[in-house]
Design a protein around this ligand. Sequence first.
Ligand SMILES: C[S@@+](CC[C@H](N)C(=O)[O-])C[C@H]1O[C@@H](n2cnc3c(N)ncnc32)[C@H](O)[C@@H]1O
Length: 204
Amino acid sequence: MSVEWQETFNVSRETYDDLTRYAELVGRWTQKINLISKASLQDIWQRHIWDSAQIYDLGEPKGTWLDIGSGGGFPGIVVAIMAKRDNPARKVVLVESDQRKAAFLRTVIRELQLNASVEATRIEALDPAGATVVSARALASLSQLLGFADRHLQKGGSAIFMKGAQWQNELSEAQSAWSFDHQAHTSQTDPTAAVLLIKGIHRA
Ligand SMILES: C[S@@+](CC[C@H](N)C(=O)[O-])C[C@H]1O[C@@H](n2cnc3c(N)ncnc32)[C@H](O)[C@@H]1O
């Protein structure tokens, strides 16, 4: 893969090599299980890796980062790879209910020696995690995600949700059930999409 991505992410050679190795593993396993669509494999750096990397600096640098519905590891594995040298104490917990995807995530963690672990269960079954950051991409409506974040974030923690073109509608709907502070960052990979940074969640 071209070195221009290393410059886009402003990461070390070692981190870039880990991202490259991860992209290779996703490509290999996607032949067997549906980690990402085969059509998006050729765009994996833009559609998945860069899309995930853009949220890395939004989360508090301490404590547990809980990524829900991680699938093939977006954004959670990318966050763990970026933290490996930048912030080795950062722990990432990936929640994925599909056992085959969970097995893939464990393989990546082992091969790249990441400070991360997998909970192969539904998020609804997980005890409160006391996380400082909760993230999710392509999992559920914003209202549902706020319920998960409310349960699993510690006081003062942040939720980072990656939303598509309908994000403003989802925000309006969520505001009828929940009270929270938010910042909407236009996605670096899709001008119609947004990264929502949310704090102070409680029921309206
Ligand atoms: C559409 S995929 C998105 C995967 C990844 N976040 C991404 O953006 O590429 C949703 C993933 O969430 C998992 N999932 C769905 N409901 C879940 C739940 N309640 N708890 C944990 N994982 C769940 C599915 O197995 C699937 O891998």
